[in-house]
Design a protein around this ligand. Structure first.
Ligand code: ADP
Ligand code: MG
Length: 383
């Protein structure tokens, strides 16, 4: 199917649901994080890139103050909300994410009213590849562009989406996922300093180096994930407070041993060691990519997985199985990506090793789904 035919089918789907034509269409990608896990809420460094998989939104404005939402990926039909009544805690299910974005935009003073929105997505939902951020960012970009909102940068949009998830959805997430979806560019990873939000686009041409990056979705999501995330985040804040710094980012790699000696218990020591060494690994991967030594990032990715498994303790048996199997079969590096307790792993391989390694992973974990990927574009208008 050509892109144009696909766009026509997507417009037709909007018409089927809402009985009129959309005013425009937008797309925002999911992401994988190459390195820098659980560092964003420690004011540290991350290095995600956008997947070619996107969530699309076809949108038309409404004059009657209703927000009507429909997703091809969700049962339950149209969710019909009154824009004036939007408030944290009042929206159920998936519609919380777009409702949160509109509520936050309006709270920031932007004159945005109701809309009909139809979504579809090729980002696996709940697979640790940020379908939620793609949904938020596509909504924020569509509503601001359609309503002629000026002076709001892509990074602003990402921060706004993060804040909407924190306040309205009630999840204490960092800003990485939304920034990746909003700000990534094709062929690049995005190096982001979360304190100050300085961005650097880092060329990442795996094919030129004879490499492939496999994404393996374990298709498990362990139930305690949300609570464990909050607990890790609170632990990091407690460690920073005990060390007298604003965030764990402020502990230099060279000063790690002194910091560990100053902490009162082993749990805080483990959390701190992960965050400080992970920031260091982001610096190493950045330097290797910028020097064109992409192949050498493999062991750094693998060290990141060990740190997430042993120190931060956010891996799970399925992720460990994927990583161990890939490495045992010749992968250059492998790690879980995203928050953990399920979701996806990334595996760096030589191109000719891609098929045998993918086959070995599938034998070890038959439910897993994998695809080979390269960095795609960030959020954009389709028509
Ligand atoms: P991830 O972001 O890793 O995919 P999350 O649990 O953070 O997983 O977000 C998944 C949730 O986001 C879904 O349960 C749903 O509420 C919402 N969501 C994501 N994609 C879509 C979509 N295409 N249509 C409707 N809701 C979606
Ligand atoms: Mg998410």
């Amino acid at each position: 199917m050509t892109d144009t035919a696909d766009t026509a089918a997507f417009e037709a789907a909007f018409k089927d649901v809402f009985g009129r034509a959309p005013e425009g269409g937008w797309a925002a990608p999911g992401r994988v994080n190459l390195i820098g896990e659980h560092t964003d809420y420690n004011d540290g460094f991350v290095m995600p890139f956008a997947l070619p998989h996107t969530t699309r939104a076809a949108v038309a404005r409404r004059e009657d103050g209703r927000l009507r939402l429909h997703s091809a990926d969700m049962d339950g039909g149209v969710v019909d909300l009154a824009v004036a009544d939007l408030a944290p805690g009042t929206t159920e299910g998936w519609a919380r994410y777009p409702a949160a974005v509109l509520w936050t935009l309006r709270r920031a003073g932007h004159a945005i009213g109701g809309a009909d929105i139809h979504y579809d997505s090729t980002v696996p939902v709940g697979g640790g590849l940020s379908s939620s951020a793609a949904l938020q960012v596509v909504t924020a970009l569509a509503l601001t562009e359609l309503n002629g909102v000026r002076g709001i940068s892509r990074q602003d949009l990402a921060v706004l989406c993060q804040s909407s998830e924190n306040t309205y959805v009630g999840a204490p997430v960092g800003v990485m996922d939304q920034t990746a979806s909003a700000c990534c560019t094709e062929g690049h990873a995005l190096h982001l300093d979360v304190r100050g939000l300085a961005q650097r686009q880092v060329p990442l041409d795996l094919a030129a180096d004879g490499l492939r990056l496999l994404v393996v979705d374990t298709r498990v999501k362990h139930a305690h994930a949300d609570g464990a995330y909050g607990e890790r985040r609170a632990g990091c804040e407690a460690a920073a407070a005990a060390l007298g710094v604003p965030a764990l980012r402020d502990i230099a790699f060279d000063a790690l041993d002194d910091a560990l000696a100053a902490l009162p218990d082993d749990r805080l020591r483990r959390l701190t060691r992960h965050v400080v060494t992970e920031d260091q690994r982001v610096a190493e991967v950045l330097a290797l990519c910028e020097a064109g030594r992409t192949r050498e990032i493999g062991p750094v990715l693998t060290a990141g997985h060990a740190s997430l498994r042993d120190d931060f303790q956010v891996s799970c048996p399925e992720l460990d199985l994927v990583v161990d199997t890939a490495l045992a079969n010749g992968a250059l590096g492998a790690r879980m990506t995203g928050g953990g307790f399920g979701g996806s792993a990334i595996v760096l391989v030589d191109a000719e090793q891609e098929e045998p390694i993918a086959a070995a992973v599938t034998r070890a974990l038959p439910q897993a789904r994998h695809f080979s990927t390269t960095p795609g574009p960030g959020a954009h208008r389709l028509w």
